[in-house]
Design a protein around this ligand. Structure first.
Ligand code: IPM
Ligand code: MG
Length: 361
């Protein structure tokens, strides 16, 4: 039975890195007879330019119908002055929300070859392997009411609402405990329970859930401390679970520990493991169009897609090994380049992965 993949390249470096991931998927599709079919749809600024909205209903329907979605990146200065409701980011947020992709997995894995590219000393990060489980369809990103209102004194006031229901906390908690069970059985839940009631409830529910997972060692950490600990002693963490906004921030910090945010893939899953796969980095408008962006996070996102939503774990591993191989060979895009390695552009890096794949079965 064939499986349908929807490709949404988006803006900035999105299309450049996506074409590298597509080239690899096309090769594997043939080489291994995966039976994948590909569709394309516009999203973000590209969709605003072509259709006036960051995600059309037709594209949303395509995403619903697909078995998995591969997503590039969205946003850029061109669309920053638009009103909030039709900004590129809304396309992404609508996809996450409409498809109920609440479980965001962001692995921060250090490739040993990149230890010297990390902003921390190599010994602090060697062997680093953290999984951040970020809640993706709730919290302050989606809470109502929200907006900018006029106060009686004529001053404007911006406001957002930080909300989590018990069931939302429980379902993301379950994703995190299950992930911890498959790893080193350590889970750190990150909140701000000393100040915010919503995360006081978060802590209570996660603690309650832990009774079902007695083998998992659960700890709790305030988000400010978690940010500090990530930079001080990152290897203390195995799985971290947190809400939408804290997860957004901590995952960027964790990404940098691995050398570059250009290396980090992510999966956003619904209750049935249908998912959307995207690099953790953004559209990087400052380097878009120059052919220098690192395509590896995008390529590794395609690998995660094969594993989690399409049932091709061995093929995913093949990609991951090919990536490791090109790093061994010394290929480095500008973001991970260090002295003595071979600096290459987006295409050269993609081609190197393809060549490495062709030499394996
Ligand atoms: C991310 C991004 C998005 C987010 C933006 C582009 C809306 O930063 O996926 O981390 O804040 O979730
Ligand atoms: Mg982010």
């Amino acid at each position: 039975m064939s499986k349908n993949v929807l490709i949404m390249a988006g803006d900035g470096i999105g299309p450049e890195i996506m074409s590298q991931a597509e080239q690899i998927l096309h090769f594997l599709n043939q080489d291994e007879g995966l039976g994948l079919e590909f569709d394309h749809a516009a999203v973000g600024g590209a969709a605003i330019d072509s259709d006036g909205v960051p995600l059309t209903d037709a594209a949303l329907d395509q995403a619903r119908a697909a078995d998995a979605i591969l997503f590039g990146a969205i946003g850029g200065p061109k669309w920053e002055s638009l009103e909030m409701a039709i900004r590129p980011e809304k396309g992404l947020l609508r996809l996450r929300s409409e498809l109920q992709l609440f479980g965001n997995l962001r692995p921060a894995l250090l490739y040993p070859q990149l230890a010297s590219a990390s902003s921390l000393k190599a010994e602090k990060v060697s062997g680093l392997d953290i999984l951040i489980v970020r809640e993706l369809t709730g919290g302050i990103y989606f809470g109502q009411p929200r907006g900018v209102r006029m106060l009686e004194n004529g001053e404007r006031q911006g406001y957002n609402t930080y909300v989590y229901s018990e069931s939302e906390i429980r379902r993301i908690g379950r994703v995190a405990f299950e992930a911890a069970m498959k790893r080193n059985k350590k889970l750190c839940s990150v909140d701000k329970a000393n100040v915010l009631e919503v995360t006081e409830l978060w802590r209570e529910i996660i603690t309650d859930l832990s009774q079902e997972y007695p083998q998992v060692e659960l700890s709790h950490m305030y988000v400010d401390n978690a940010a500090m600990q990530l930079i001080r002693e990152p290897k203390q963490f195995d799985v971290m679970v947190t809400g939408n906004m804290f997860g957004d921030i901590l995952s960027d910090a964790a990404a940098m520990l691995t050398g570059s945010i250009g290396m980090l893939p992510s999966a956003s899953l619904d209750q049935n493991n249908k998912g959307m796969y995207e690099p953790c980095h953004g559209s990087a408008p400052d380097i878009a169009g120059q052919g220098i962006a690192n395509p590896l996070a995008m390529i590794l996102s395609a690998a995660m897609m094969l594993r989690y939503s399409l049932g091709f774990g061995a093929t995913a591993e093949r990609i991951e090994q090919a990536v490791s191989r090109v790093l061994d060979q010394g290929y480095r895009t500008a973001d991970i380049h260090t002295e003595g390695t071979n600096k290459v552009g987006t295409e050269e890096m993609g081609n190197a992965v393809l060549t490495a794949l062709k030499s394996t079965h």
